[in-house]
Design a protein around this ligand. Structure first.
Ligand code: G5P
Ligand code: MG
Length: 221
């Protein structure tokens, strides 16, 4: 076959429940990219009861950020395994420090930033159900599982995340607001930032698809 195209590096950012996971799953369905979510990675560490997982949980349950050094090490180790692949990084960086650490290793080709109104976000979180080992998410109204409380693919149980309780959600939104501006400025300065504003995923998704189609070839199958 022809020489392999350069691996493509994308980042997707947005407030809690802005649809990063949902849009990421559509991106990897349509484009040849590996999805890496910081939150999913932490939750799988928690399920496996690793030291990092147990430590991270104390921050996550409060809706606070996991310390930068822990998080950056975790992500950079995972990205090292994906060197040859195009990847989509979801929910990292969350601080300017993380953005700078990442930039020492990898340069993003595009940064997709989702901008969804806050009242929509609060409503969504209340209806979210998660399949922990895969990171698949459902919403009782938007994309309900075929059988309530059960993952469509594996038949395993769905759970509601501990940090989806109202107190933690408020804190997560505050934390996001407090940190996002310098990150967006940083990527804007590097000329890779693209904002997508809208209320619903089905409204934002076609624009993301069109944008990415101009950058990388869609999957041929
Ligand atoms: P996470 O796991 O990154 P958040 O809070 O950033 O968590 P979250 O909650 O995973 O983001 P999302 O991926 O943006 O949200 O959204 P989603 O899951 O796709 O969609 C949310 C819900 O809405 C779902 O139920 C979905 O079905 C539904 N939905 C989607 N679109 C629509 C729509 O159009 N309409 C409706 N009605 N519903 C819709 O991070 C968790 C924690 O991990 C730590 C932190 O403690 C963080 O709080 N962490 C980090 N700490 C430090 N540094 C980092 N880089 C960290 N990354 C994670
Ligand atoms: Mg997510």
């Amino acid at each position: 076959c022809a020489a392999r195209a350069k691996a493509f590096r994308a980042i997707i950012l947005g407030a809690p429940a802005s649809g990063k996971g949902t849009i990421s799953s559509r991106i990897v369905r349509d484009f040849k990219m590996k999805h890496l979510s910081g939150g999913d990675l932490l939750r799988s560490q928690i399920s496996a009861k690793t030291d990092v997982g147990l430590m991270a949980k104390t921050f996550m349950d409060k809706g606070a950020l996991v310390p930068d050094d822990v998080m950056s090490t975790l992500i950079i180790n995972e990205l090292a395994l994906l060197k040859q692949h195009s990847w989509l990084l979801d929910g990292f960086p969350r601080t300017l420090k993380q953005a700078e650490t990442l930039h020492q290793q990898e340069h993003a080709d595009v940064v997709i930033s989702l901008d969804v109104p806050e009242e929509e976000i609060v409503q969504r979180i209340a209806g979210r159900w998660t399949h922990i080992s895969s990171g698949r998410v459902y919403n009782t109204e938007f994309n309900p599982p075929k059988v309530p409380g059960i993952d469509d693919v594996t038949g395993e149980k769905l759970i509601q995340r501990d940090d989806d309780k109202p107190e933690a959600v408020r804190k997560r939104l505050q934390t996001y607001e407090a940190n996002i501006k310098p990150i967006l400025d940083y990527y804007h300065h590097h000329g890779v930032l693209k904002l997508f504003k809208g209320r619903f995923t089905n409204e934002i998704w076609p624009k993301v698809h069109e944008f990415l189609s101009e950058k990388i070839p869609p999957k041929s199958n």
